[in-house]
Design a protein around this ligand. Structure first.
Ligand SMILES: NC(=O)c1ccc[n+]([C@@H]2O[C@H](COP(=O)([O-])OP(=O)(O)OC[C@H]3O[C@@H](n4cnc5c(N)ncnc54)[C@H](OP(=O)(O)O)[C@@H]3O)[C@@H](O)[C@H]2O)c1
Length: 436
């Protein structure tokens, strides 16, 4: 049992809860936590197989509770009725209105059917289910509703206009119900997560990786924990995470037009005219055969042993011959995800790297000197990213110096035991800012 600040309580043991959107993500996690507190559950979603899987997992972890599933499409006529018919007249102590999805793109291009479904699931079903279960809670002076809204509810969101408006509805609706219900010892909480790692981003059916907002996704566990804690404490609104709280609350102090313009920047599509890339070119003569130099460059798992700017490398996949194909690594101070896009021993080695909004492509070309004892290595790197102009002028020379230092390290690693020959250390090159 959990006591609310309003004076009443939510009872879990031997009581029933309903969780919508329980087949994945936050809903599935919330259901598992309620069951762990002793609550029996009706789980709903459209995908029966995933609901069954979630129910089985919950039964295994919390064998003392009963878990039922009912497949219902909350966007379809009759979807809400199917769920209500399944629940029947049993008293519901906790309702988690979690099912929901969003879309992304200019409103004028949106699929009207999908937008209507979005409003049906994100808004209409929330209202219908609250209307169905709240009166019983008020009568019993016990229970609560957790409505999953979003931090997007705090400002209009260009390119997610319908989704943001729907979640603003859920936020406003929840706060109003909270004030009506609290005198009866019942609570209504709006959980407002920021972007979180669940099925949500895939369900947007659009590439949003370029947006500032969706670039970084939070872990679902703290969101789930904060939601249930907020419900138990009788809070009207819960925004998990201090960063999200700041972002959500800071909008209050901005003029409305500014707020929506900032929102448009954070959610906007990639700019039509991207900033010109930074191009950095380095060359060096390394005193070792091309095969040796190629092996050092392509054995990325061993980069930290000779490449001073590389803190660590985690190889994530290999090619048919067991050579690294994709890897995560830290090139001070940025964590990058890289893919080997070409590796032709001993002539060329090319990788692409992505991290913190930066996309870099780097090609190494290797040419043996006529005696075969040394190798001329040419590195060509281009970077595109969100750097403002001033940053680019600072970044390009820095990148050039970092790459030159890599060549010094490569030279040292390629000729172990030898002091670095003066000729070899003569890594030379130029950096430039390319203008398209
Ligand atoms: N993840 C985020 O970044 C984020 C941020 C803020 C708010 N939220 C909100 O959090 C809630 C949960 O989403 P999630 O992040 O856990 O995403 P998710 O993993 O995609 O889960 C969404 C759930 O909603 C259900 N659902 C979708 N359409 C439905 C329909 N027509 N009828 C019935 N159920 C439907 C899905 O079940 P089926 O596929 O089985 O139908 C699924 O169980 C949503 O309300 C979402 O708007 C998410």
């Amino acid at each position: 049992m959990s006591r609310l600040v309003t004076g009443a309580a939510i009872h879990y043991k031997d009581r029933w809860g309903v969780v919508t959107g329980a087949s994945s993500g936050l809903g599935r996690g919330l259901a598992a936590r309620l069951a762990a507190r002793g609550m029996s559950l009706v789980l709903t979603g459209r995908n029966q197989a995933r609901l069954d899987e979630a129910a089985q997992e919950i039964r295994r972890a919390s064998p003392q509770v009963t878990v039922e599933t009912v497949a219902a499409d909350l966007a379809a006529p009759g979807g809400v009725s199917t769920l209500l018919a399944h629940v029947g007249d049993r008293p519901i102590e906790v309702l988690v209105n979690n099912a929901g999805f969003g879309s992304y793109g200019p409103f004028a291009d949106a699929d009207p059917g999908r937008e209507a479904d979005e409003v049906a699931v994100d808004v209409s079903a929330v209202v219908a289910l609250a209307r169905a279960f709240l009166p019983g809670m008020l009568e019993r002076h016990s229970g609560g509703i957790l409505n999953v809204a979003s931090t997007i509810a705090f400002q209009p969101a260009p390119y997610q206009a319908v989704y943001a408006a729907s979640k603003a509805f859920v936020l406003s609706f929840s706060q109003a119900l909270w004030a009506e219900a609290r005198a009866h010892g019942v609570t209504v909480t709006a959980l407002c997560p920021g972007p979180t790692r669940t099925g949500f981003v895939d369900a947007l059916r659009a590439d949003v990786g370029h947006t500032v907002i969706y670039r970084r996704l939070a872990d679902p566990e703290p969101v789930i924990e904060a939601g249930l804690q907020g419900l138990e404490e009788g809070r009207a609104v819960v925004i998990p995470g201090i960063r999200m709280r700041l972002i959500a609350e800071s909008g209050r102090f901005l003029p409305r037009e500014w707020l929506v313009r900032v929102s448009a920047r954070l959610l906007g599509p990639a700019r039509v005219s991207p900033r010109p890339p930074i191009v950095v070119h380095n060359e060096a003569v390394v005193p070792a055969p091309a095969e040796r130099v190629f092996d050092l460059l392509s054995d990325v798992g061993r980069w930290p042993s000779w490449y001073r700017a590389c803190r660590w490398v985690r190889v994530e996949s290999t090619d048919g011959a067991g050579r690294p194909a994709s890897f995560r690594w830290k090139a001070h101070p940025v964590e990058l995800h890289s893919t080997v896009v070409a590796a032709e021993r001993p002539h060329s080695f090319a990788i692409v790297a992505d991290g913190r909004g930066v996309h870099a492509e780097r090609v190494f070309r290797l040419r043996p000197t006529p005696d075969g004892l040394r190798t001329i290595v040419v590195s060509h790197e281009t970077q595109v990213g969100p750097m403002p102009w001033l940053g680019r002028f600072v970044l390009a020379p820095r990148l050039f110096r970092t790459n030159r230092a890599m060549f010094e390290d490569l030279t040292r690693a390629a000729s172990p035991g030898e002091a670095m020959p003066a000729a070899a250390a003569r890594a030379f090159g130029r950096d430039e800012l390319a203008h398209p």
